[in-house]
Design a protein. Structure first.
Length: 447
């Protein structure tokens, strides 16, 4: 019988159930042995009491009728001993069954918990009972030899049956444990093969077993995790590609103007000022992009402290501060007082970013409205809106809708990604819907 590895779940299951099986087997065996032993001992005691009644009836006119008693009792003189004694006219009379004199000559020991049980003749136990009736004392010793013989026989049979049952049970437990553990082993083997193959692709999935249900569910969760990791890896690669592209563009422009100045600057001094201005603009754009990237990377391990903030007052302050830099009219409506649990600085950054985003994609003559409700803040513009197919993508890094992929609208494509990250850190759900009849509505939902 081959056992499973000691540190596997199958091994732990096997040893646990083996211990339980052994304990149950021992308890059942002991219960049977004790029950059978008690029944046999009780039968012996009943036999002794029956012999006592028979012996008392054998005395006729205070004289023992031994022949009559032996015929009626049919005792085994090797295992049963009788002594009867009485005093008549000052003379003591004692009668013994055959072999009793020799039996009584042996050294006797009594059990501490039961004085009626005597040990004689090499630890052979006897049950002793005595009664006195009409001056006659009756004493009987009945051997437990037949009882112990049957007891030993039953014990041996039980021991063999218990051992066989235990071995069969152990084999069944090991087999069942291996069967239950096989899907996990297959899952581990498949994972190991994928790790060792060196050919991990974005669509790699683990084989899903039909049963047991727990392993099937676990494999589904693993596959879901793999899909998420693969999607994250794709997004990271796209991010690196987009970041490289966004950084390469201003660097290329700056190098182009530097080379242009080097070639024509001495002959045409008027181009130097224009090129330097362009270089300054592109370098600022690149600086802003790098700062946004660093800001995003720091947010991965950032922990924020949230507190109760009076949102109406904070929003009014933000609108008053940024009204001069935003051409659209800024309006606040809704609750006169609103308290929400949030990080104050993070909420200010989110609102400023949403206001700037609304301003970039709206006409200067329109209005940007901030609506305060019981559990949400809405930033509403009257701009060009967001197509339905882009609503779930605009919070990705460097993502900009097709209409916005132009140098006419400034930005790095990281503003809404930073908003989404700050919202997640503050347990805020953010979503975008259409503003009827025109524009977009960004909704911050507080938990």
């Amino acid at each position: 019988m081959k056992l499973v590895k000691n540190n596997s779940s199958a091994a732990q299951m096997t040893w646990t159930y083996t211990l339980i099986l052994a304990l149950v087997t021992v308890i059942m065996g002991l219960s049977l042995v004790i029950g059978v032993g008690y029944s046999l001992a009780a039968s012996t005691v009943d036999d002794a009491n029956g012999l006592m009644d028979s012996l008392q009836r054998s005395f006729i006119d205070d004289r023992p009728d031994w022949e009559q008693w032996r015929r009626n009792s049919n005792i085994n003189t090797k295992d049963t001993h009788v002594r009867v004694s009485f005093t008549e006219q000052g003379k003591k009379h004692v009668y013994y069954s055959p072999g009793t004199n020799k039996f009584l000559a042996k050294k006797v020991k009594h059990l501490p918990f039961d004085q009626n049980i005597e040990i004689r003749n090499l630890w052979r136990p006897y049950y002793y009972t005595a009664q006195t009736t009409k001056g006659i004392r009756y004493e009987i010793w009945v051997s437990f030899h037949s009882v112990t013989h049957i007891f030993h026989l039953i014990f041996d049979i039980l021991l063999v049956v218990m051992l066989i049952s235990f071995l069969i049970g152990l084999w069944l437990v090991i087999t069942l444990a291996k069967k239950l553990n096989r899907p996990l082993q297959n899952l581990t083997s498949s994972t190991h093969q994928i790790n060792q193959s060196g050919q991990l692709s974005y669509d790699t999935q683990l084989p899903i077993p039909d049963k047991p249900q727990e392993v099937k569910d676990l494999t589904n969760e693993f596959n879901q995790l793999l899909r998420q990791l693969n999607q994250q890896a794709i997004r990271d690669r796209q991010f690196v590609s987009d970041a490289s592209h966004e950084l390469r563009t201003p660097i290329t422009a700056i190098r182009g103007h530097v080379q242009f100045i080097q070639r024509h600057g001495q002959d045409h001094p008027e181009i130097v000022e224009r090129s330097v201005g362009f270089i300054d603009s592109e370098s600022k754009r690149m600086q802003k992009l790098v700062e946004s990237l660093l800001r995003l990377s720091r947010m991965d391990n950032l922990k924020v402290k949230r507190e109760k903030v009076e949102v109406r007052q904070l929003t009014e302050m933000i609108l008053e501060t940024y009204q001069e830099s935003i051409p659209q009219k800024l309006v606040i409506i809704g609750a006169s007082k609103l308290y929400l649990v949030v990080n104050r600085d993070n909420l200010e950054q989110i609102l400023v970013a949403l206001l700037n985003n609304a301003s970039k994609y709206s006409d200067k003559s329109t209005t940007i409205t901030v609506n305060l409700t019981e559990h949400a803040i809405e930033v509403i513009d009257q701009g060009q809106g967001v197509p339905d197919e882009d609503k779930t993508e605009i919070f990705e890094r460097f993502y900009r809708v097709d209409k916005a992929r132009t140098q006419k609208i400034p930005g790095t494509g990281l503003g809404l990604a930073i908003v989404k990250k700050l919202a997640d850190l503050n347990q805020i759900k953010i979503q975008v819907v259409d503003n009827k009849p025109q524009g977009s509505k960004f909704i911050l939902i507080f938990k």
